[in-house]
Design a protein around this ligand. Structure first.
Ligand code: PDD
Length: 279
């Protein structure tokens, strides 16, 4: 396995950055996870645009053009001989003597890895997950895809310690924001699909955006608005989306099973629509 570190392709076990890298000390860094499916990079352009958004919000520029990123990603894929994989891309502000304010003229660190995964398959019944609702203790700029992931990590761990697969994060007024690393969706009683609209409270998922578009083309009505935890528990179906999970049914929220506790037919249909798009 090879990783990319600041211009070089190095064996994965030797891939490292400096201890004074601000990504390490301050989580002063942003990232993307791009799905490589059967040799195709899924929505890479949208991911790189979001990377640029994240950087710009931290007063950083893209260290190189989107086209140059694409060249590096493709070379990493080639060297790792992967067909279906998760491409991880991280940009940090670089190394500097430890100080809270931004240092001047640092060289950003750019690192990438490619990890092989099984291809998403919507022709087999999808496995559902159980989610635990937990207070959203993350910061007020979740639209920036930073590597400051401790709150999400703590939440997922807590959910798993309690026998769940993941957490759904909930605001003080009991509205669901998103999962720890995915966007949350419900199928409402009236047949509309609902997911929170983009704001500083969530990451505007690329998979989320793709499914809004694809479902819309199929005539499925979508409501981009916050839903409460209570509404989620009463939903006909629920699922999550992300570049790594694609579409995953949610079959239980806290002690409440969703519908009959089995992955829903509608969710399976959305998964099929997304799988067709991947092909
Ligand atoms: N996570 N919300 C959060 C908080 C996320 O971390 C992610 C992605 C998403 C879904 O975004 P997208 O559809 O663009 O992958 C939503 C990635 C996969 C991760 O951290 O591994």
């Amino acid at each position: 396995r090879f990783a990319y570190v600041n211009g070089a392709y190095v064996p994965h076990e030797h891939a490292s950055v400096h201890i004074e890298d601000r990504g390490f000390q301050f989580a002063d860094s942003v990232y993307e996870v791009i799905y490589l499916y059967k040799g195709k990079l899924i929505d890479a352009e949208a991911h790189l645009k979001r990377l640029e958004h994240s950087l710009n919000e931290l007063d950083m520029d893209m260290p190189k053009s989107r086209a140059a990123f694409m060249v590096t990603i493709k070379e990493l894929v080639r060297r790792n001989r992967v067909k279906t994989a998760l491409i991880y891309v991280q940009v940090t502000r670089g190394s500097a003597v430890r100080d809270f304010s931004y240092p001047e003229n640092t060289m950003p660190s750019v690192v990438m890895t490619a990890r092989r995964v099984a291809p998403f398959d919507a022709n087999v019944p999808l496995k559902g997950i159980k989610v635990m609702s937990l207070p959203d203790i993350r910061w007020a700029r979740c639209d920036i895809k930073t590597t400051s992931l401790l709150a999400a990590s703590m939440s997922k761990q807590k959910a798993q310690d309690n026998g769940f697969d993941d957490a759904w994060l909930v605001t003080d007024d009991q509205f669901v924001t998103e999962g720890t690393s995915n966007n949350a969706w419900i199928l409402r009683e009236d047949g509309r699909l609902q997911t929170r609209k983009p704001s500083h409270e969530i990451l505007n998922g690329i998979t989320r955006q793709a499914i809004i578009k694809l479902a819309g083309q199929k005539g499925i009505e979508i409501l981009e608005d916050a839903f409460s935890l209570d509404e989620a528990k009463k939903a006909k179906e629920a699922f999550v989306t992300s570049s790594s999970a694609c579409v995953k049914p949610v079959i239980q929220i806290d002690d409440t099973t969703i519908a009959d506790g089995k992955p829903g037919l509608f969710t399976q249909q959305i998964a099929k629509i997304y799988a067709d798009f991947l092909e």
